[in-house]
Design a protein around this ligand. Sequence first.
Ligand code: R5P
Length: 309
Amino acid sequence: MADLEGLAEARDVKTKKVEGGAHFHLRGSAHLDWGMKNRLARIIKPDTGRTVMLAVDHGYFQGPTSGLEVMESTLEPLIPYADCLMLTRGILRSSVPPGAQVPIVLRVSGGNSVLSELSNETWNVSVEDCIRLNVSGMAMSIYVGAPYEHQTLAAFSDLIDAGYEAGIPVLAVTAIGRDMVRDSRYLSLATRMAAEMGANFVKTYYCENFERVTGTCPVPIVMAGGKKLPEIEALTMAHNAVTEGATGVDMGRNIFQSDCPIGMIKAVRAVVHYDEKPQSAIKIYRDEKTASKRGATTAKKPSPSTKKK
Ligand code: R5P
């Protein structure tokens, strides 16, 4: 109950010295509401302005993907090193411990498969379920230039409205139909369209002249990893992406299909959060691989607050 005893009057405050707190670390996000910003800040770390998202949603259209056969086994060792997990609600409920302190970006689109037309995808998870699952973001693919372009863009617009209503940011994934070329012309078209339609951040592939893509998109871009590459090439791609304006990565196969997934995610973290060069980050992967063969692991997850200048 309210207590009048011991009531102390507020002290005078020099208003000039009070910080407004208006600054927000993400491009194009300064005018969002508090809940949106708070969720975005869980996904993209304020200390470095970057993120290492772990994408493990591949099963939604291709079933048991190599490296993701038993989700608990893949996820358990990687969760401590991921800034965020991107996955489906089926895997979240079945395979992620509710006590895990990792933000979730939930894939809320599907309805297609590798056996049919890939772009025939739509919004398939309600915002109410996203709220029940306490997600920090919702992800949907858009297929610009593909047979079901309009269907995916119309569903995306509805999701944006629902996201603003609930205060949950939306990640647009620029999915590429079979006939599309992954060049800066196409990717800047798709990412800019996503942002114009209201996406709060956008996931896209790395390409030559990537600065054209990041430079013309008014909201943060995270780089998708794509097919499995040799580790040094994947680290180089991540390094180039953040150097050329990406806010981080949302990588899957290049981490969970590596012969040392923990070493790889640690190396990716060093590149993304600490601007480590690929040639030195690869040592983190190699050291971890050597240590894991001996049944040990190396360094702990670094703290973003110690970002190298
Ligand atoms: C694909 O549609 C999924 O959204 C994946 O999350 C995406 O492709 C990123 O994973 P990867 O790095 O394996 O390409």
